[in-house]
Design a protein around this ligand. Structure first.
Ligand SMILES: *[C@@H]1O[C@H](CO)[C@@H](O)[C@H](O)[C@H]1NC(C)=O
Ligand SMILES: *[C@@H]1O[C@H](CO)[C@@H](O)[C@H](O)[C@H]1NC(C)=O
Ligand SMILES: *[C@@H]1O[C@H](CO)[C@@H](O)[C@H](O)[C@H]1NC(C)=O
Ligand SMILES: *[C@@H]1O[C@H](CO)[C@@H](O)[C@H](O)[C@H]1NC(C)=O
Ligand SMILES: *[C@@H]1O[C@H](CO)[C@@H](O)[C@H](O)[C@H]1NC(C)=O
Ligand SMILES: *[C@@H]1O[C@H](CO)[C@@H](O)[C@H](O)[C@H]1NC(C)=O
Ligand SMILES: *[C@@H]1O[C@H](CO)[C@@H](O)[C@H](O)[C@H]1NC(C)=O
Ligand SMILES: *[C@@H]1O[C@H](CO)[C@@H](O)[C@H](O)[C@H]1NC(C)=O
Ligand SMILES: *[C@@H]1O[C@H](CO)[C@@H](O)[C@H](O)[C@H]1NC(C)=O
Ligand SMILES: *[C@@H]1O[C@H](CO)[C@@H](O)[C@H](O)[C@H]1NC(C)=O
Ligand SMILES: *[C@@H]1O[C@H](CO)[C@@H](O)[C@H](O)[C@H]1NC(C)=O
Ligand SMILES: *[C@@H]1O[C@H](CO)[C@@H](O)[C@H](O)[C@H]1NC(C)=O
Length: 757
């Protein structure tokens, strides 16, 4: 029902909709604003003291508002922050030496406040029809700020012409904001800073640290020494490296996607090999830098609908996008038959909204879909997902299910090995696997085009089932009168006081994702800066010198910015004088409930973590595990997984009684969860299917691994010392050439086409 009315609104409104978006904004001035420069006097002004509607429990003391980014020539550029203190007085204590944190969301253009509200990071959680406290709030481990970044995002304002042109400008703006923030809370200038984010923040954060290192010590606003930078599921590299290159590993983690079809697996392995995607990591890494092959594009006329990339999350965004696309059509297309127009419109809807467009057609029931919301109820641990299994458990059988999705213009899959790159798909291997799943595999073939890369076993993004914080964050929403969200009328949740309580700007609508703002509405809205892998060696050398740690971690269930790409980046980067880790990241880590939580590795100031049973936005499914990881590996400096530089010995954690450690495949893959969630139930596959798959994959992988693995086993044990020394010397000679390539290869990045939250 809801979907139908939503559809109807779309139908009538697409053409007459007037795009009223103002593309500049400015900070607001509330009573009591100090007149002078930023100083501790501003603490009183920024402190959030007005009641926040529907927040019925005590919050820690918190501060929010706009601080100038000191952008040259753009006095209206500000960053919007919301900060929470750990204990009463901890943030305002002028003598504190405690570490503090900043969280940055990705996108680009995804509000950090939004991720705080919907991802179980901050003290407030917005769920489908309520607001509530978060027992796993990160403010429990450190004073923490959430900052909408870059300018233009969320409540961060951008003056006319003030959009950042590139990543260096974004970094400069952010450092400008920090200059102001530390005047308000002076101890922050010297307290060690941990800058953490997710996804596209993996692009922002290295640039921010590079900008910081570029400043003379006396001009640095904050102190990263003793602190860390880090990111979950970081977009560190070219998009191809996190989207296509890892595809075989994604399938090994979730063979469910291809219905455990070993033919499809062999086909993807062959294509992957032909595309030169089968990079071989060794520990220690030998053979110098890893080769990188630019993607050979397939013949798809345009990218297939990629819901997670284009998930526009409220009606304003959605209508604006549809209208924009309408305007962009050539005149003759606009005069097409009503049927053609309707087809085009529906294609846009699917692509733009990421769901719902097809939902009514395939009978996805809004009620049952939302009542299966995983955001909260199953969020505590892997254990709880089994507990909440109240309803039907379906068996996936390919014969019983009629394929529902059709892809006009896409030839049928031909999985026979040809020794050649498939002409149609090229090396767009993730699209290949996705279309295969949508076309053939239950339950994905029931979902319309609602494919979710962020959390493979959940099929549908748990966040999209939640209430949208849009209505709460904005003062009022006269432009958005239809406040129907997933079957709930959330009008009563509109709070016209939130904006004022947070000292937020008046002339800007807060959005979860502000797609049009980043990169200054430049044509294509793309990021012109190369990924940080172009200067990571140099950044790492600076970080070692200045005692700044780096922590890159991933949710095992994410197929958008997959963990494998991060492992490749690590083995391809020289830090602490050596390229990559010297020991495979396979030390088990257990969370506070004593459950298996994944693997970690730590060497020479770098930490890698792979969180078991967590997705792209790690705290959504597993809030307790995520906050424990932050507590232990950022603030707490846990030694689990650390390699002793002298002896090669690795610190381990005792395995809690009764805990089974999943099999780690020779290529480092930890097989994902057995169950796939769909509607109110779960889907499992027949045991015989799984056994046959395991036998096939093991035989393929062990056959491949045998010749080299015996060699490397002995060498890590006996030769760690000497090889470490050898590669340290080697890296000294490569560092100058790495520098050269960092400056020379500033080509436009492939990653620019994608937007990752
Ligand atoms: C913090 O401590 C002050 C006294 O130092 C007290 O007045 C205030 O109520 C406390 N606030 C909270 C949130 O506990
Ligand atoms: C630091 O502590 C001392 C002694 O308690 C106090 O006198 C001083 O005002 C404090 N400094 C700041 C900046 O709060
Ligand atoms: C939010 O607060 C309003 C009153 O301010 C109340 O009518 C409404 O029921 C509350 N909603 C929830 C979900 O608590
Ligand atoms: C949060 O913790 C409190 C006290 O331990 C508990 O009563 C409550 O149920 C927890 N809430 C959630 C959502 O887990
Ligand atoms: C800055 O904001 C003020 C107040 O909204 C506005 O009058 C002015 O035009 C803005 N300037 C720019 C450059 O955006
Ligand atoms: C704002 O939008 C107008 C019209 O779309 C455009 O001409 C102008 O350059 C934009 N301003 C900025 C700062 O992007
Ligand atoms: C490294 O530090 C130097 C200053 O010591 C600075 O000039 C350079 O830009 C920094 N580079 C990176 C990538 O951090
Ligand atoms: C990785 O190993 C496989 C199997 O041994 C081999 O076919 C492939 O060429 C190797 N890849 C690279 C980039 O060397
Ligand atoms: C490894 O690093 C080198 C230079 O630093 C770069 O040219 C190459 O593309 C990287 N390889 C991969 C797989 O990213
Ligand atoms: C999808 O499945 C249908 C029915 O089996 C088939 O006709 C079609 O060719 C398939 N599409 C692709 C891309 O394989
Ligand atoms: C906004 O606040 C005013 C007064 O506090 C109240 O009368 C009005 O109903 C509120 N509007 C909405 C949409 O909540
Ligand atoms: C926008 O995209 C088109 C085609 O993909 C490209 O030719 C053009 O250079 C891009 N423009 C900018 C500013 O990146």
């Amino acid at each position: 029902m809801v979907h139908r009315s939503f559809l109807a609104i779309g139908l009538v409104a697409v053409v007459p909709y007037v795009l009223a978006t103002q593309n500049w904004s400015s900070p607001a001035h509330y009573p009591g604003k100090p007149t002078g420069a930023y100083s501790p006097e501003w603490q009183n002004y920024f402190e959030v003291t007005d009641p926040l509607e529907n927040v019925t429990w005590p919050l820690p003391r918190n501060w929010a508002g706009s601080i100038s980014t000191q952008t040259v020539g753009n006095a209206n550029n500000t960053a919007f922050f919301w900060g929470f203190e750990k204990t009463n007085g901890s943030l305002t204590d002028g003598n504190s030496t405690q570490p503090w944190m900043i969280w940055l969301a990705g996108g680009p253009g995804y509000s950090s406040i939004a991720s705080m509200l919907v991802e179980n990071i901050g003290p407030i959680v917005v769920t489908k029809d309520s607001l509530g406290p978060n027992n796993n709030s990160w403010h429990n481990i450190a004073d923490i700020f959430f900052v909408d970044n870059p300018v233009g995002t969320g409540y961060s304002t951008v003056g006319r012409g003030g959009f950042p042109a590139d990543e260096d400008q974004i970094a400069a703006d952010f450092l400008g904001f920090l200059h102001g923030l530390v005047k308000v809370f002076p101890a922050l200038k010297t307290r060690p800073l941990h800058l953490v984010g997710e996804s596209y923040a993996g692009r922002f954060i290295p640039y921010i640290l590079k900008g910081y290192f570029g400043l003379a010590p006396e001009d640095r606003p904050v102190n990263f020494s003793g602190g860390k930078i880090g990111c979950s599921n970081p977009a560190l590299s070219e998009a191809n490296l996190f989207e296509n290159i890892p595809i075989v590993r994604v399938i090994e983690t979730y063979p469910q996607l291809i219905d455990y079809d070993t033919k499809m697996y062999d086909y993807l392995r062959e294509q992957s090999h032909l595309c030169k995607f089968d990079l071989n990591l060794t520990y220690p890494q030998t053979g110098g830098k890893l080769p990188y092959t630019r993607i050979k594009k397939g013949l798809l006329p345009h990218r297939l609908p990629q819901p997670t990339r284009r998930r526009l999350t409220d009606e304003d965004d959605f209508m604006a996008e549809l209208h924009g696309r309408w305007l962009a059509l050539p005149e003759e297309h606009r005069r097409r038959s009503p049927e053609d127009r309707e087809l085009a419109r529906r294609a846009w809807m699917r692509e733009t909204l990421g769901d719902d467009g097809e939902a009514t057609d395939i009978g996805v029931d809004a009620k049952s879909a939302s009542s299966s919301s995983k955001g909260k109820s199953t969020s505590t641990s892997t254990k709880s997902t089994t507990k909440t299994k109240t309803s039907s458990t379906a068996k996936a059988t390919s014969t019983a299910i009629v394929p529902r999705n059709k892809f006009p213009g896409v030839p049928p899959f031909d999985l026979r090995p040809t020794g050649k790159i498939n002409e149609f798909w090229g090396c767009d291997l993730r699209d290949t696997a996705m279309v295969y799943a949508l076309n053939f595999t239950y339950p994905w073939n029931q979902l319309g085009l609602k494919f979710d890369f962020l959390d493979i076993p959940y099929t549908v993004n748990p966040i999209s089932e939640n209430m949208h914080p849009h209505h709460w964050m904005n003062r009022s929403s006269s432009r958005c009168p239809h406040l129907l969200l997933r079957g709930a009328n959330v009008r009563h949740l509109i709070d016209n006081t939130t904006r004022a309580a947070l000292h937020a700007p008046h002339n800007k609508i807060w959005r979860v994702t502000t797609t049009t703002y980043a990169w200054g509405n430049l044509a294509n809205g793309t990021d012109p800066s190369p990924p940080s892998t172009f200067f990571l060696d140099e950044l790492a050398a600076n970080a070692t010198k200045e005692n700044v740690g780096m922590v890159w971690y991933s949710g095992n269930d994410d197929a958008l910015t997959t963990h494998w790409s991060t492992e490749v980046v690590i083995q391809n980067t020289t830090f602490g004088g050596i390229q990559g880790f010297t020991a495979k990241p396979n030390t088990s880590w257990f969370d506070d409930e004593g459950l298996y939580a994944g693997v970690v590795r730590q060497e020479r100031g770098w930490t890698y973590g792979l969180l078991y049973s967590a997705g792209h936005q790690t705290p959504v499914i597993n809030p307790a595990r995520s906050v424990a990881f932050i507590r232990d590996f950022f603030i707490g400096n846990s030694k689990v997984g650390a390699v002793d530089p002298d002896t090669g010995a690795i610190t381990t954690q005792a395995t809690p009684a009764g805990v089974e450690i999943p099999n780690i495949l020779p290529d480092g893959v930890i097989t994902g969860q057995a169950e796939v969630h769909y509607k109110t139930g779960t889907v499992t596959w027949p045991e015989a299917t799984v056994v046959a798959w395991n036998a096939h994959v093991s035989s393929v992988l062990y056959a491949e691994a045998t010749p080299t693995s015996t060699k490397s086993k002995t060498s890590t044990k006996t030769k760690t010392q000497s090889s470490v020394v050898a590669s340290a010397t080697a890296s000294a000679s490569t560092s100058s050439s790495a520098k050269a390539s960092a400056t020379a290869t500033a080509t436009r990045s492939v990653a620019a086409t994608s937007s990752v939250p």
